[in-house]
Each structure stands twice: as structure tokens, then as C-alpha cells.
Design a protein around this ligand. Structure first.
Ligand SMILES: [Zn+2]
Ligand SMILES: [Zn+2]
Length: 354
């Protein structure tokens, strides 16, 4: 095979198939040799259900994968920022560059975005060769491995969320949900010199990880108790009288969102980073009378990848402990299963070997 690629045909049906090696279409295009691809919750959702809002079909199978690192294989004639052999992290969504959102610098909101592994036909990076425009590739600093560079994608999500929460030195921050994105938000808040950083989850094992590897404080969320009681319990446990400056909600769970609003001080910042049910009940009177700032949050935008890489290279953030396993390319489905069963934090799939 010249370009083996993992195609998803529907729920639980995926196979490696060959396809043409991508060619340089635009003079700023780069062809990469993929080194590692990370597995995240959305991959598991695709593997179990065939997609999220749009689904794949046997007629229109889709190449999976959106968290990727690789080395530059070839470059278009006008490429100046990378050269053959460079190691890069991939920002896997390419906006149209012409719409209002793109011109305003919030290209993550571009409605013509071509995001990796998006049905019906924007193929992903779980393949041998992958094409991307040069300005969506980021050279990896010397101290960062190709494995670690896969984590720049979720770290950029955390950078975006923490920035939206206007987290500043000395502030108190609560992160609801302690999976990959929640853990990374905790790490970014720490790099931003927040004072107290409290990670919350309903699974004690995840909190243990947060305490051990991020040196954050943690709170076990009792799902049998109300959202108000959980919030009061947390504030009492940490002796916080007036609420915290920022809540980053990374679980998407309804009660967690409700608690987050109760946990904020007057005028505090709420960032909704997790995606859950499309409609939920919100303590709207609290939100209004406390004049909270409620921020939607979607992927990452201008400058987020750059900052994520800087935090990694300055060793403000160490992501090594988050990598739980590396699976050979040919066994990618076992990596999806692992993540689906909640095994490990970040499971990686290795690129095609020669
Ligand atoms: Zn992801
Ligand atoms: Zn656009």
C-alpha cells in the first residue's frame, strides 16, 4: 500500500485501505508523514455511533484522526516556515480565510471550516501521508517528542478555554471534569499563575491523578447530592467564602454546569468547554443577579497553538504522564476501545512504519 489509511464505515466497522498519496494543491501546502495520532472522546463516539452530528456511511467512509504529529515529507514551492524533515504538530482544522469570522480573527468559528475527520468527506490524519497548509503546522521545539506533540491539540483547547476565562495571576479557578481537557485546563491555569486550582470529578481515580501529577487540589463530586449542595460542600471544604474567580466546565454534565454557576463569585467568569446534552436547565436568576460572564468555547483559535507549544517547551507544563499507551497503526481499533472503556488518559496510535 502506498498510503494506508483507517476508514470508518459505520458504528464498529473500520478497515485499513489504500488511497492516493495527497498531492500539493496550493503552493503553500505541505505533505506530512504522520508519526502519532491521539485518541479522544470524539473518536470513541465515532467508533461507537459512526459520527456525532453527521455520520459516516458504507458509501462514504471517512479517514479517522485529528490529533496528530509528523515530519515534513515534501513542501509546495512557496512554503517558507517548514522544510523537509522538520518535526511538526498539526492544527487539524483549515478555515476558509475569507468569511467574517476568519477576517475577525476568530477562525475557529468559520462555518466553512474543513476539520480533520469530519463527515462526509474531510478525511482525518490516521493515515501515512497527510496534506496541510504550512501555517497550520507548528515546528516542535527540541525538548518535545513527536509523541508529546500530539497533545498540543487538546492543550490548545485548554489554552483557549483558560484564556476565555480571563484567568490571571492570583485568581482562584475551579475546573469541572478531570479528563484530558480538564486536567490540561488545570495545568494551563497553573502556568497562568492562578492561586487555587481545584479539579472536580465523580471518579476518584481521576482526582488522584490530578493530585499526583498536576499537584492540584481536588473535590469529589457526589452525584447523589444536588448541584447546590455540591457547590456549598466544595466552598466549605476549601474555606472559600465568596466563590471563585473562574469556573471552566469541561464535563458538559447538567448538574456540573449548575454547580459551576453556584461556585462563582459576583462577576466571575464561566467557560463552557465541555459538550453534553444540547438543552439543559440553568440557574438563570443566579447567573443574572451575580452578573456572571458566561462564555461559549469552541476548539482553539489564533495564537492558542503557539502558546500551547511555548508552555510545553518552557516546561511550564509536562504532559508526559498523560500518555498512557502507544498502539501500532494496524491495531488502531484497540486504542479506540481502550479509551472507550476509560482505560488510561491519552492513548496514542503510532503512524505507519516502513
Ligand atoms: Zn479531540
Ligand atoms: Zn472562514
Amino acid at each position: 500500500m502506498q498510503n494506508p489509511s483507517w476508514f470508518l464505515y459505520g458504528p464498529g466497522v473500520a478497515k485499513i485501505e489504500d488511497r492516493a498519496i495527497p498531492t500539493i494543491g496550493d503552493s503553500h501546502d505541505v505533505i506530512l508523514r504522520i508519526a502519532y495520532v491521539g485518541v479522544c472522546g470524539s473518536d470513541v463516539h465515532f467508533w461507537k455511533h459512526g459520527g456525532i452530528r453527521k455520520v459516516v456511511s458504507p458509501e462514504r467512509p471517512l479517514v479517522m484522526g485529528h490529533e496528530a504529529s509528523g515530519t515534513v515529507h515534501s513542501v509546495g514551492p512557496d512554503v517558507t516556515s517548514v522544510k523537509v524533515g522538520d518535526r511538526v504538530a498539526v492544527e487539524p482544522g483549515f478555515p476558509c480565510r475569507r468569511c467574517k469570522a476568519c477576517k475577525d480573527g476568530v477562525y475557529n468559528l468559520c462555518r466553512q471550516m474543513r476539520f480533520a475527520a469530519d463527515p462526509p468527506d474531510t478525511h482525518g490524519a490516521l493515515t501515512k501521508f497527510y496534506a496541510a497548509p504550512e501555517d497550520f503546522l507548528y515546528k516542535i521545539p527540541d525538548g518535545v517528542s513527536l509523541e508529546g506533540a500530539v497533545l498540543v491539540e487538546p492543550l490548545a483547547v485548554a489554552v483557549h478555554a483558560t484564556r476565555l476565562g480571563s484567568v490571571r495571576p492570583g485568581q482562584d479557578v475551579i475546573v469541572m471534569g478531570s479528563e484530558t481537557i480538564g486536567l490540561m485546563c488545570g495545568a494551563v491555569a497553573k502556568a497562568f499563575s492562578a492561586n487555587r486550582i481545584i479539579l472536580v470529578d465523580i471518579v476518584e481515580k481521576k482526582l488522584e491523578f490530578a493530585r499526583e501529577h498536576l499537584k492540584c487540589e481536588t473535590f469529589f463530586y457526589d452525584i447523589k447530592s444536588t448541584s447546590e449542595d455540591n457547590a456549598t460542600g466544595l466552598l466549605n471544604a476549601f474555606d472559600i467564602a465568596d466563590g471563585v474567580d473562574a469556573v471552566i466546565e469541561a464535563s458538559g454534565a447538567e448538574t456540573s454546569i449548575q454547580s459551576g454557576i453556584h461556585l462563582l463569585k459576583l462577576g466571575g467568569n464561566f467557560v463552557q468547554a465541555g459538550l453534553g446534552k444540547p438543552k439543559i436547565e440553568v440557574p438563570i436568576i443566579d447567573l443574572s443577579t451575580k452578573e456572571l460572564h458566561f462564555h461559549g468555547c469552541f476548539r482553539y483559535s489564533s495564537g492558542d497553538y503557539e502558546l500551547a507549544l511555548k508552555l510545553l517547551s518552557k516546561r511550564d507544563i509536562s504532559l508526559r504522564p498523560l500518555i498512557s499507551s502507544v498502539t501500532p497503526f494496524e491495531q488502531a481499533t484497540t486504542a479506540w476501545d481502550k479509551t472507550g472503556k476509560g482505560e488510561g488518559i491519552k492513548n496514542l496510535i503510532q503512524g505507519v512504519k516502513d
